[in-house]
Ligand binder design. Sequence first.
Ligand code: UDP
Length: 323
Amino acid sequence: MKVFVTGGAGYIGSVCTEELLNAGHEVTVYDNLSEGHRSAVDRRARFVLAKPEVDGDIAQAVQSSRPDAIMHFAAYALVGESMSQPGKYFHNNFGNALKLADAAVACGVKKFVFSSTCATYGPPDRVPMTEDLPQRPINPYGESKLMFEKALIWYRQIHKLEFIAFRYFNAAGASEQFGEHHRIETHLIPNVLFTALGKRPHVEIFGTDYPTPDGTCIRDYIHIKDLAQAHILGLAPGKEGFFNLGNGDGYSVRQVIETCQRLTGKKIPTVEKPRRAGDPPRLVAAARKAIDELGWRPQYPKIEDIVRTAWDWHVKHPEGYPD
Ligand code: UDP
C-alpha cells in the first residue's frame, strides 16, 4: 500500500516507517522536524517537510502523494508540558489532526490509522484496562487525543472514513537502526539509561506516595517494534475501531530503575521528588482485543528485552541523532 506517515521522523513514526518499508509498503513521511530528526527517516521513504500551520499544506501534501492509507503519529505527547501549555496540545493534536482527516476524506483514503493513548482513560476504575472503560482524561494531552477519537467516529459515520485507533501504553525500546531521541527528554527509560551512561548525575523519581506497592507510579511498557506490527496489521480492510496496545504487565518506576541497573551493570543514583502533575498512579493494558481481532503477537513483551534494545541503541548513539 501507499502509506502517508505523519511524524515519521519521530520516535514511534520512524520505527513504524522502517517496518512498513520492510513489509513492502511505499511510504511518504510528512514531518515538520520540530520534534523529529531528518536522519531518523528511513532512506527508502520519500520525505516532505511539513508546514501544518500553513493553510492547505496538509491537504496538498496528501493530495500529491495519493495514499491508500494515512498513519497519523505527529503530535505533542508530554503529559507534564500539556498541563502548562494546553493550547499547544489542542491546536496540534486536535486542530491539525482534523485538517488531516479532511484531506483523507477529500482524497478517498481507504484507511486512517491514529496514534491514540491510554491517557484518554484517566485513572481507571480497574486494571488491566479494557477498551470499554470510561474515558476521563486528567490532562490536556489525553483530552486532545480523545477529542480526535470522537471526531473520527463521526467521520466514519458521515464520510465513511474507515479508521483504526491504537491507545498506546508506554512505548519504549529501539530497533537496530532507530531509537528514542527527544530534544528534551522527559521519559523514564531514556532518562534512567542516560544516568547509566553518565550523562546525568541521577534519576528523579516523581512521587513516592502513590497507592501502589512501592509508592511509585506503575506503567505498562511496550516495545516499539511490537507497536509497529500492530499498525501494519491494522491496515487490512475491515480492521477498525479502538485497540489498546500494551503487554498487560505493570512496572513501577522503582522496578524500571532496578531492571536498568541490573541489565547495564551500572549504579543508577536516584533522587525522590514530588508527584508530577497529571500522572495517574497505575495504567496497565488489557490487549486481548488486538490479539484476538488483529492477530497481534508481541515479540518483545518482557521489560528486559525492551530495556536491552533501548540500551544497545543509546550505547551506539550516546548523543542520539546528529540533527
Ligand atoms: N518518571 C519519573 N522520572 C522521570 C521520568 C518519568 O519518575 O525522569 C515517571 C513519571 O512520573 C511516570 C512514569 O515515570 O509515572 C512514566 O513516565 P513517562 O514520562 O516515561 O511516560 P508517561 O506515562 O508520562 O507517558
